[in-house]
Design a protein around this ligand. Structure first.
Ligand SMILES: [Mn+2]
Length: 198
């Protein structure tokens, strides 16, 4: 039986051309190139702390702004996640994590539910980190949640420094996704829903 939880997505539009390779049972290795330095930093942290192996190569219309590339990377990564997780048999389904980075503290709760939803409660005091618009983090997580078909709550508990706030959010998301996608040894072979399907 092939039990590999991997997926490759190649998504092309008139605005972006994105390839994602994802292994949910990896060791946190990544090779990320979106053309947006700070976004690469965040996606590298996501892979590392989720223990996913992740390759992302994105070519987008950055001469316009970073919106299309950020959102479409979220869509492609979400599609890869949905394909890799498959029918969700034997997974924990729910995950949660708190992650600090100095004064910043972020909480992420995830339900791999088949019900796409993003609840976002994060406030940035600056418009940009490096060259990246801080409003795009919400766009990324919404695109990811919609395409991965999961419920995601991202809540900022504390923080002033915008780099810290963003990074704590990605690290908490990573740990929550890792917990939710890992095998539940008491539920091997079972779909974790009273409905029998997710
Ligand atoms: Mn950092």
């Amino acid at each position: 039986m092939d039990t590999a939880r991997t997926a490759t997505i190649h998504r092309v539009t008139s605005e972006t051309d994105i390839t994602v390779r994802l292994d949910l049972d990896g060791t946190g290795q990544s090779r990320i190139a979106t053309g947006i330095g700070f976004f690469d930093h965040m996606l590298t942290a996501l892979a590392r702390h989720a223990m996913f192996d992740l390759e992302i190569a994105a070519q987008g219309d950055l001469h316009i702004d970073f919106h299309h590339t950020t959102e479409d990377t979220g869509i492609a990564l979400g599609q890869a996640f949905a394909r890799a997780i498959g029918d969700k048999r034997g997974i924990c389904r729910f995950g949660h994590a708190l992650a600090p980075l100095d004064e910043a503290l972020s909480e992420v709760v995830v339900d791999i539910s088949g019900r796409p939803y993003l609840a976002w409660s994060v406030e940035f005091t600056r418009d940009k980190i490096g060259e990246m618009d801080t409003e795009l983090f919400e766009e990324f997580f919404r695109a990811f949640a919609m395409s991965a078909l999961l419920t995601l709550h991202v809540t900022q508990k504390a923080g002033r420094n915008c780099h810290h706030i963003a990074e704590a959010s990605f690290k908490a998301a990573a740990r929550a996704l890792r917990m939710a996608s890992e095998a539940d040894p008491r539920a091997a072979g079972l779909v974790p829903s009273t409905k029998g399907v997710l």
